[in-house]
Design a protein around this ligand. Structure first.
Ligand code: PMP
Length: 359
């Protein structure tokens, strides 16, 4: 126990809008599960106001479009999203007064839809059979037909730009004069990967970049190029894709936003991880470190643990945790977590005489 009680000072400022609270997420050291002689930090993106990394992108897309004039006051915003981008956009659109329509495959967790609706968005479900490309083309069609602003998270420059200007800057500042041997992430749109890598390659060239993909969807490892239409969107689904548990990672095409990562060779290694090990590492983080992240956070940690095992003694690694575990209550992350009392809990309950509550 420390000699002094903990105290806090406040943030030293007042905020004009919830939007201004996005970013500046903490890098936290793991104290119980890192391999001997290796130091692992996690960058906990669930500290963002709507609990995911995509709050950064949502602010960036809307504010860049306001600046360029592509988004007019009161105009409807539309986007295809597996959830976190929609939730972030719903927050920003609510705060700034834009209506929002989200298209989303019906395979994603129920709480994501309900959250977006709670934040005032309309959610249009697309059949899971038509995969990521299906929800994407639905959003595009709605935008064209209605004159809505399409957020285009998979193509827009505003995506990697916000990670270059915020996520990467935060990492540089927090690891100033400190060792950082590895930075580990997965990709959905690739905004985090491309934006942060652009800066790390320039300013921390000694940091090795590890990019993870689901073992059943190793699109980059396959080396097969993505066919695209003139605007950079996918012309077809990618042949190396198969379904995986890592919601928010690796859609069934290679997004334009991650193409720069491929062309510039921003990663030093590609690390496949399985859905099962991702779920397991998310659980380990929760029950042994008190750090609560979703399946993709477990996937990043699975890749980080593999990198740490291979890294020289003394290495320092930083792992991205994109969102909160609370977003997965109805997903396989919580399979096996009982609703009713277990035998152990029943025994604890019955271990004192007055366990029966008056009815
Ligand atoms: N994990 C989750 C849960 C996500 O929602 C996303 C975004 N789709 C990512 C990881 C990947 O982030 P990015 O789009 O920046 O590659």
């Amino acid at each position: 126990m420390s000699a002094q009680s903990r105290t806090t000072e406040g943030r030293g400022r007042l905020y004009d809008s919830i939007i201004d609270t996005v970013g500046n997420t903490p890098c936290v050291r793991l104290n119980n599960i890192a391999p001997e002689g290796r130091t692992i930090y996690v960058k906990a993106e669930y500290f963002n106001p709507l609990s995911s990394v995509k709050d950064r992108l949502a602010v960036s897309i809307i504010e860049e479009a306001e600046r360029s004039g592509a988004l007019k006051p009161g105009q409807t915003v539309v986007e295809a999203t597996s959830g976190n981008t929609g939730i972030g956009l719903a927050m920003v659109c609510a705060a700034k007064g834009y209506p929002l329509v989200v298209t989303m495959a019906d395979s994603f967790s129920i709480e994501r839809r309900r959250l977006m609706r709670f934040l005032g968005a309309k959610v249009v479900l697309t059949p899971r059979a038509v995969k990521g490309t299906g929800m994407y083309y639905k959003a595009k069609e709605l935008a064209e037909q209605n004159g809505w602003f399409l957020a285009s998270q998979f193509e827009t420059q505003a995506n990697s730009l916000v990670h270059e200007n915020t996520t990467a800057r935060e990492i540089l500042a927090d690891f100033k004069d400190q060792r950082l041997d590895y930075w580990v992430t997965g990709y959905g749109t690739g905004g985090t990967m491309t934006g942060v890598s652009r800066v790390l390659r320039r300013e921390r060239p000694e940091t090795k970049i590890v990019l993870s993909e689901p073992d059943t969807a190793q699109l980059l490892a396959s080396g097969t190029p993505q066919e695209r239409t003139a605007d950079g969107s996918p012309a077809t689904g990618h042949p190396a894709w198969a379904p995986h548990l890592l919601q928010g990672w690796t859609p069934d095409f290679v997004p334009l936003v991650i193409q720069e990562t491929i062309d510039q060779k921003y990663y030093d290694s590609l690390m496949p991880v399985s859905g099962e090990e991702s779920v397991e590492w998310s659980r380990q983080l929760a029950c042994r470190e008190g750090i609560f992240t979703g399946i993709s956070g477990g996937g990043s940690l699975a890749a980080t643990m593999k990198a740490a095992e291979m890294a020289p003694e003394g290495s320092v690694l930083l792992c991205m945790l994109p969102d909160t575990g609370e977003r997965y209550l109805s997903s396989p992350l919580f399979d096996g977590v009982p609703e009713d009392m277990t035998e152990d809990e029943q025994r604890i309950s019955e271990s004192t005489p007055n366990y029966q509550m008056p009815s």
